[in-house]
Design a protein around this ligand. Structure first.
Ligand code: GDP
Ligand code: MG
Length: 334
């Protein structure tokens, strides 16, 4: 009789424990789901004035037009420059880029400056340079100006969705990458996109500074910045990108097919957008290659090391979880 009572109590204990554990797991999962939803992101809809571009004609007069939605003319390469308060740094970058483009792809290029709500007159400054310094034809340099800041990812996304070229490159306004290395990216994409049946594969070429890890340019950076870099690499690895050594280089090129496969689906507008681009690319079997590029440290970074690093780590976790939980969908435009 005593045995029977003991056994019954045991069964009750075990079923209670199972019940409590089950409740805890379900509550935990629901809480994670809610947290990921709360921190997930969708690009805001553009204001009407953000769907226009401005360019300068040969007399310096400004012309405004509606942004294109696909390839046009015979533009081969479009260069998107996300720019936030860049009057102090962009001249050097534009000088190097225009010199290269004029020689390598005469008349078959465009530059799209995406001014992300700057307060220092970046747009006007670039339009003035276009006419006075570079003597560009209308539409060779276009400016898209946002009324409200989005973040680097948002600027790159909106820019690449509105380029006219067969290939689109995004490049930082500080000119940290050597612009002529874009030829290496272009050559690589042209190889990657080829198929035997004449179809063009979606392809991207990823500028990389991984070969510079032990060089002076990186060692000279602050100890904290290098520690954060290693911590970030570890997190990226844990969260599923194992085949790309430098995910963050601001120098990446896409063919038209890859632009269409990636950018309408890109949620992230902050600094961590590169990771979502690469995750989308890998998920969608887009061909890619990491291409070593020359790079030098340029002062005047807009990144706040402490705050932005924490934000990036949080956003990285959110992106990964949002795809795992089906909150983000790689095949649904956002
Ligand atoms: N659109 C946009 N671009 C930004 C913002 N902050 C920085 N950028 C651009 O992102 C690029 C890299 O910025 P930088 O400050 O040099 O970052 P770092 O090289 O990672 O230290 C430059 O072209 C900046 O103008 C921003 O809030 N919005
Ligand atoms: Mg920089």
């Amino acid at each position: 009789m005593l045995h029977l009572i003991k056994d019954t109590v045991m069964v009750l204990h075990t079923s209670n424990l199972t019940y409590i554990l089950g409740t805890l797991i379900i509550t935990g999962l629901i809480s994670i789901y809610i947290v990921v939803i709360l921190f997930s992101h969708s690009p805001r809809k553009p204001f009407p004035e953000e769907l226009k571009y401005t360019t300068s004609d040969v007399t310096g007069e400004l012309i405004t037009g509606d942004l294109p939605t696909g390839p046009e003319d015979d533009i081969i390469l479009s260069v998107v420059v996300p720019s936030y308060n860049e009057t102090g740094r962009i001249l050097a970058m534009l000088t190097e880029a225009i010199e290269f483009l004029r020689k390598a792809l005469p008349e078959k290029w465009e530059i799209v400056i995406v001014d992300d709500g700057s307060s220092d007159g970046t747009s006007d400054y670039c339009l003035k340079l276009s006419h006075e310094k570079f003597n560009l034809k209308p539409n060779q340099l276009r400016v898209i100006k946002f009324t409200q800041n989005r973040g680097k990812g948002g600027a790159v996304r909106q820019g690449l969705l509105r380029v006219r070229g067969k290939y689109g490159l995004f490049a930082d306004a500080d000119g940290a990458s050597k612009f002529s290395d874009s030829q290496l990216l272009l050559d690589s994409i042209k190889q990657l996109e080829k198929s035997e049946n004449g179809k063009t594969y979606a392809a991207m070429a990823i500028g990389s500074r991984a070969h510079m890890v032990n060089t002076e340019a990186v060692i000279k950076r602050s100890f904290i910045r290098n520690c954060l870099m290693y911590g970030f690499h570890t997190l990226v690895w844990v969260f599923g990108i194992h085949s790309i050594n430098d995910t963050q280089c601001g120098f990446k090129m896409f063919n038209r097919e890859a632009i269409d496969e990636i950018f309408p689906y890109l949620h992230t507008e902050g600094w961590i957008f590169d990771i979502e681009i690469l995750l989308l690319g890998i998920t969608k079997n887009i061909k890619y290659k990491e291409i070593p590029v020359s790079w030098h440290e340029v002062s005047g970074s807009k990144m706040d090391l402490a705050i932005d690093s924490l934000k990036m780590a949080k956003d990285l976790v959110i992106i990964r979880m949002a795809y795992i939980l089906g909150i983000y969908n790689a095949n649904k435009e956002c």
